[in-house]
Design a binder for this molecule. Structure first.
Ligand code: ZN
Length: 499
């Protein structure tokens, strides 16, 4: 390896190692930390964020970059670089340009304010007390607007924020995708309302150890490797990739409801497989990082719904569930189970939503956070606007803010611009799913036989191994031969739910 490139690689690897510590702190906070640990945790996060930012914007880093690329013009200066190295240098330049736009004092303030707001949010949600969160949310929004100004944007301040999670995504593209999607999801929700399948058998008493056992076994069958991951419990399931060989998954288990644990495990398993499929020897380079949060979400949705809630998968898997829970499921035929887990029913809580109404929850949040960033909406009006939109899009509105605008962690934790990635994930996944079916015409038979490794291999080849080699929309276009649109997802839902 060229010595100039090696120098930059080493510096970047050091930065990414510190970033992996940030992820470890998050995992600890959500799983193991005692409640009173929050004060030291806030300090840890603030100090670490400031340290990482200093390293990313250091004179040493800039000098290493300047040996390879003209930072202002983007012209590659080193003629020896191969195509992947050139791409890495270009991505590192763009990351550097973003990092230097944010003052260090701003970065540490952001970490502190969002940590406190998140901590307050937990209590505010418990007590159903929106007023308690209001001043904290106002501070976060002020900082978000300041952040957009620091980062700069062409058309819309929200573009700067969404780009943190989905490079090159804009309000213009999102509006073009979401407006027709909103309409087709609303229409489909209304059509599905006639189907009142009985899903009561999914609720009852289900032994939690058995649930966890089933989940763990399935993760291995999906292709996660023993020694690369651990599965714990948390209030909200997540997958925190400390590294490709250290994946921290959580799931949620309720003894009164069975399906949630399985779908959460498959969802987080999809996230984990993505990170496991990223080449570990590229750790420290952009090629060794995930392409975007939207692409990440496509991997989890692919497994959770496109596979996990499909008839061929359940044909193979359901008998295993029946033998694990003979009393609860023994007399329930597969067709009833399939209908129950795919029941479309508007609900108040996003994370409980089915695959048809889920997008409406996301679009509602997108519209609100965009209005906050534009300065068109006041924090005090949030509950009212939320409830109005819920009524309009889903035909129901919450009686408490706990089940309404206080349900998600994203705003207090300063993740403005994150919500759209959930919907993008579904759009990407639908396009990938079509392509996978073309490459594996016998996929249904394989799923019926409980063979899943071919999916892991296919996704590795099409998505995982590339890391950030391509921008997200280009990656999906290369993998599927089609530009990003909502067509594949809409068609998938229509053919599944209007049968
Ligand atoms: Zn996810």
């Amino acid at each position: 390896m060229n010595s100039n490139f090696k120098k930059l690689f080493d510096l970047n690897k050091s930065n990414q190692t510190f970033e992996s510590l940030e992820r470890l702190l998050f995992w600890d906070q959500e799983t193991m930390m005692p409640k009173n640990g929050i004060n030291i945790k806030t300090l840890q996060k603030k100090e670490l964020a400031s340290l990482i930012h200093s390293k990313k914007t250091s004179k040493e880093y800039k000098e290493a970059l300047l040996k390879l690329i003209d930072i202002d013009s983007g012209q590659i200066l080193d003629k020896d670089l191969d195509i992947d190295q050139k791409r890495c240098v270009e991505v590192m330049r763009s990351d550097y340009q973003k990092a230097v736009k944010l003052p260090n004092s701003f970065v540490s303030k952001m970490a502190e304010v969002s940590s406190e707001a998140t901590h307050t949010w937990i209590e505010a949600k418990e007590k159903n007390d929106f007023a308690m969160l209001e001043p904290h949310l106002q501070s976060v929004i002020d900082l978000m607007r300041e952040k957009a100004d620091h980062l700069g944007y062409e058309d819309h301040p929200y573009d700067a924020l969404v780009n943190e999670y989905e490079p090159h995504m804009t309000v213009k593209t999102l509006d073009n995708l979401f407006n027709p999607l909103k309409e087709s999801l609303s229409n489909l929700t209304k059509k599905c309302a006639k189907n009142r399948a009985d899903d009561s058998f999914l609720y009852g008493v289900f032994d939690t150890d058995t649930q966890l056992e089933i989940g763990k076994k399935l993760l291995l069958e999906m292709g996660l490797e023993e020694g690369n991951y651990r599965l714990d419990l948390s209030a909200h399931p997540f997958c925190m990739p400390v590294h490709a060989n250290d994946l921290r998954l959580t799931t949620r288990i309720e003894d009164s409801s069975f399906h949630q644990c399985l779908s959460a495990t498959m969802h987080e398993g999809g996230h984990a497989l993505y990170e496991q499929g990223i080449l570990a020897d590229q750790f420290g380079l952009p090629i060794g990082q995930n392409a975007s949060i939207g692409v990440h979400e496509s991997q989890s949705k692919f497994w959770e719904t496109f596979i996990g809630q499909s008839l061929p998968f359940l044909k193979g898997f359901y008998p295993k569930l029946q033998s694990a829970f003979p009393k609860q499921l023994g007399n329930t035929p597969l067709s009833d189970y399939y209908e129950a887990v795919n029941l479309v029913q508007p609900s108040l809580i996003r994370i409980h939503a089915d695959e048809v109404t889920y997008g409406l929850h996301v679009i509602l949040r997108y519209e609100i956070e965009k209005a906050f960033v534009e300065g068109k909406m006041k924090v005090k009006d949030l509950p009212e606007v939320w409830n109005e939109k819920m009524e309009k899009y889903l035909g129901m509105s919450p009686h408490t803010n706990r089940e309404g605008c206080l349900q998600d962690i994203h705003w207090p934790s300063a993740h403005f611009g994150y919500f759209p990635t959930y919907a993008l994930g579904n759009l990407y996944a639908a396009q990938l799913f079509n392509e996978m079916k073309t490459d594996h015409p016998d996929y249904e038979l394989k799923l019926e036989n409980c063979e899943y490794l071919f999916i892991k291999k296919w996704l590795e080849e099409k998505v995982h191994q590339h890391g950030r080699r391509y921008d997200p929309q280009d990656l999906i276009e290369k993998a599927t031969g089609k530009k990003l649109s909502s067509d594949a997802f809409t068609k998938y839902l229509e053919s599944k739910y209007t049968k």
